[in-house]
Design a protein around this ligand. Structure first.
Ligand SMILES: *Cc1c(COP(=O)(O)O)cnc(C)c1O
Length: 385
């Protein structure tokens, strides 16, 4: 690929000296788990989000699971999740013994539809898990109002939305409980796995601290049989360096997205992502739709443009869940068939973004010529497929 979907090495290139110093500091300290770097990251990330507590954990899916466990969600409970999301949102629910209950999205924004959430509530519902998918905050006003009306917890999956704002406030800002992922490809990514719980609920934060560390507050005194989901000092030290760059990197993502939105507007068959009125999007992914997605992806690959599909199999169709989920989710099915993620990241150059634009324009034009629906032939002769 001339233009990769994402260049994971570039952030290290930009911050090499600082990251090398941070890593050496930890190596020479002799303290590798739950130490001063993790504590500093927790306080810095809570401050960044505008909330009171941050508990760093081993991954994003662990962050979601430990929030749910900390809230007492378990067997017999239901948690409403988006039908269109990364499977981890559902898995976190399943791991507690509760049942994920899907709600369909609003197609234009890809975000969970509050009306579908309300329709999915039963006497067993314990929580709602909106996902700030692709970097855009979900419709939190509507979802929080529904939750208040029904006495439900809201657990935000902010794994793709570090720094995004909802009506001027960052996702995870007080009063909220949100889970973040530091998976390398996320807007704030470690050099391995990591995650964080951010909350204004002191009791929940204390519960998650217990649950991430074998149920222990005091070394070798275990209050309950919990697992281990700790963030290590090396990852925390690297994340602190990157956190200082997060806003600047999100600005660069926004510039790429602005360019795509302007220069790919009104191409035949191509649907662009829609920014909701409440949101300041951080463009973890720039996801377009096309009815002939596979051909579009192949044409872009032939032009040297790397793309990915987030996600090619709707969660209810995955081997992990097929057969155990009631109902049909046609919007999730359609999105799984049509979505395509264009190259996006803080290190995508303006020149590369321009090449992506040119390649997408050429590919969609080519697909238009190749399409001759009854009575609507656009060319006199069949175009190459
Ligand atoms: C990445 C991601 C997660 C899980 O994060 P991990 O750190 O990979 O466990 C959860 N939800 C969404 C929407 C994600 O994109």
């Amino acid at each position: 690929m001339t233009i990769p979907f994402l260049d994971l090495k570039a952030p290290y290139g930009e911050l090499k000296d600082e990251i090398d110093r941070a890593v050496r500091r930890v190596l020479e300290s002799g303290w590798y788990l739950l130490g001063p770097e993790v504590e500093a990251l927790e306080s810095e990330f809570a401050g960044y989000c505008g909330n009171s507590h941050c508990v760093a954990v081993g991954s994003g899916v662990d962050a979601l699971e430990l929030i749910l466990r900390g809230l007492g969600v378990g067997p017999g409970d239901e948690v409403i999740v988006p039908s269109h999301t990364f499977i981890a949102s559902w898995v976190a629910v399943s791991k507690t013994g509760a049942r994920p209950v899907p709600a369909e999205p609003v197609e234009s924004t890809f975000l969970i539809d509050p009306a579908a959430v309300e329709a999915a509530i039963t006497t067993r519902t314990a929580a709602i898990m909106p996902v700030h998918l692709y970097g855009q905050p979900a419709d939190l006003d509507a979802i929080n109002a529904i939750a208040r009306r029904h006495g439900l917890a809201v657990v935000e999956d902010a794994a793709q939305a570090h720094g995004a704002r909802h009506r001027g406030f960052r996702v995870g800002a007080r009063p909220a409980t949100a889970a973040f992922s530091f998976y390398p490809g996320k807007n704030l990514g470690a050099l391995g796995d990591g995650g964080a719980v951010v909350t204004d609920d002191a009791h929940l934060a204390a519960r998650v601290r217990l649950l991430r560390n074998c149920g222990s507050r005091v070394k070798y005194h275990h209050e309950e049989p919990a697992g281990n989901s700790r963030l290590d000092e090396l990852q925390a030290a690297v994340l602190r360096v990157k956190l200082a760059r997060l806003d600047a990197w999100n600005v660069r993502r926004r510039a790429v997205a602005g360019r795509y939105l302007a220069e790919l507007a009104e191409l035949d068959g191509l649907r662009l992502p829609v920014v909701a009125p409440w949101s300041e999007h951080v463009w973890h992914l720039f996801v377009v739709r096309h009815p002939r997605r596979q051909e579009l992806q192949d044409l872009l690959a032939a032009a040297g443009v790397g793309t990915l599909i987030h996600y090619p199999v709707a969660v209810h169709r995955s081997a992990a869940y097929a057969g155990s989920v009631a109902g049909s989710y046609p919007l999730a099915d359609r999105l799984a068939d049509e979505v395509l993620s264009l190259p996006m990241g803080p290190h995508l150059t303006a020149e590369a973004a321009g090449e992506v634009v040119a390649a997408v324009r050429a590919a969609t034009a080519h697909l238009t010529q190749g399409r001759c629906p009854a009575g609507r032939a656009t060319t006199g002769s069949p175009a190459p497929r």
